[in-house]
Ligand binder design. Structure first.
Ligand SMILES: [Zn+2]
Ligand SMILES: [Zn+2]
Length: 465
């Protein structure tokens, strides 16, 4: 039975466990914010409770359970998951290779779904965010109940109702069946490799800017926005930022704060029906674009959260640049004359992105303001410039302080960290807005004629290299 809340202050005090199965009748936006995940737990020794949790889900002991995991951490899975679950009849489904980063490929998900036998009545996905996304995909395909058991708090996928899947090299969000239970065992999380703990911090600090992107879309394009997810993820923010150093050292108490925040971050998207905007803005666009470079140009693959952390610094620099813009010299008529036509953009996409160009064309078209409306649109933006920024500023975090917190954990903000060249970073700034239909500050920067021209200067100011 879902617990229904109407009092926002009471709702914001709920922790991740208490948010499981909850509904907020939102006093701000009027919608019902539901968290349709049956059980969320963070603590110690949860693997020993998993058989009982499974029995409660199925109303009886499972007959056969498929255990999906990443072969890269096979030894950890054997010791921490398989050995303690000897009472369960496990069918092992190892994915990937021992020495490569697992990719959430739709093709892989489909292939594994085809191997799930009829006599399997429960699926357990044990691993980090990629295993969580793949398990959600597979369980949805075969329509079986599932438990996600996190081994690393490196991204916010476990409690998210969507998965970021890769189709033909492009990341897309897929709406999937929610997990029956999500379990975060703190000692296991704390033992995760340091880069995965830093990646968790990197994914979380997107909050310091991404809700400004979300609100910007609402102000300029009248898309839906609600401030409650931002308020909810704000409750634990001081805790994990102040614990950053201990998180980098794998201290259990500090990693507990990180794990809790990662769970809440996933919930912030689930509660708005899987809209990822509360935890994903420009910085995620950059990260997805860098993933595209791995696919198209053989650039190295990195942990999602590490790219998002670096992308968040770049996003803050772009936001700061735009905020300081002197708009007196901006002439809507000149902008209309100078902006590249749809035709020009399409042929540019064809030249740069080849077979993937139609996806980019589609994203551009979905946000395109026709010529006859363009001057009025820009005029409105300029007339309301001050008011727009006054609305946005509460959603922009104190980046210098946050950066210092992450650096104390060992996070290095540079292009070297994500193994990208200056040109590859510039490409993400310039072409990122074509990657997906969602409106962000990157789009406004194009509309006001700031991009592509200022990309170099913005990257310089970021200090990323
Ligand atoms: Zn709301
Ligand atoms: Zn993320």
């Amino acid at each position: 039975m879902a617990r229904v809340f109407t009092d926002l202050d009471q709702y914001l005090c709920l922790d991740a466990s208490e948010l499981a199965g909850s509904t907020l009748q939102c006093p701000i936006c009027g919608r019902a914010h539901q968290v349709p995940i049956g059980k969320i737990r963070i603590g110690e020794g949860l693997i020993d409770e998993l058989p009982d949790i499974a029995a409660a889900i199925l109303d009886g002991k499972p007959h056969k359970t498929a255990l999906i995991y990443d072969r890269a951490i096979e030894a950890i899975i054997q010791a921490d998951v398989i050995d303690p679950l000897t009472s369960m009849n496990l069918a092992l489904v190892g994915l990937g290779e021992s020495d490569t980063l697992l990719e959430p490929l739709e093709e892989l998900g489909d292939e594994v779904a085809g191997q799930i036998d009829d006599d399997i009545d429960l699926i357990v996905g044990a691993g980090s965010g990629v295993i969580a996304d793949l398990t959600k995909w597979i369980a949805t395909k075969v329509n079986k109940p599932f438990i996600l058991y996190g081994t690393a708090p490196s991204m916010n996928a476990h409690t998210s109702i969507t998965a970021t899947m890769t189709r033909n090299g492009v990341k897309t969000s897929a709406w999937l069946t929610p997990a029956n239970a999500v379990l975060f065992d703190v000692p296991i999380l704390a033992g995760a490799p340091k880069p995965m703990l830093l990646a968790g911090l990197g994914d979380l600090v997107a909050r310091t800017i991404c809700n400004a992107d979300w609100l910007l879309g609402n102000l300029l394009r009248q898309t839906y926005f609600c401030p409650v997810p931002f308020q909810l993820t704000g409750m634990g923010e001081p805790l994990y930022l102040q614990s950053a150093q201990g998180i980098g050292q794998g201290k259990k108490q500090d990693v507990h704060h990180l794990g809790e925040a990662i769970l809440i971050s996933g919930i912030s998207m689930t509660m708005v029906e899987g809209n990822t905007s509360p935890s994903s803005g420009c910085e995620h666009v950059f990260s997805h674009f860098w993933d595209l470079q791995a696919e198209m140009d053989d650039a190295p693959r990195n942990l999602h959260g590490i790219q998002v952390g670096v992308g968040t610094l770049l996003s803050h620099t772009l936001w700061d640049f735009m905020r300081r813009l002197d708009i007196d010299g901006i002439d809507p008529e000149r902008l209309l004359r100078q902006r590249p036509s749809l035709e020009t953009l399409r042929s540019e996409n064809q030249a740069r992105f080849g077979s993937k160009a139609p996806l980019f064309d589609e994203a551009i078209l979905s946000k395109w303001i026709p010529d006859e409306q363009f001057m009025t649109y820009i005029g409105n933006v300029l007339d309301n410039w001050q008011a727009i920024w006054e609305a946005l500023v509460p959603y922009i975090g104190q980046w210098k302080i946050v950066q210092g917190n992450l650096e104390s954990a060992g996070f290095v903000f540079s292009l070297d960290t994500i193994r990208r060249t200056r040109q590859q970073a510039l490409d993400a700034l310039i072409y990122g807005s074509r990657y997906r239909a969602r409106y962000t500050l990157l789009d406004l920067a194009w509309e006001l004629g700031i991009l592509p021209g200022a990309a170099d200067e913005i990257l310089d100011r970021s200090g990323l290299g």
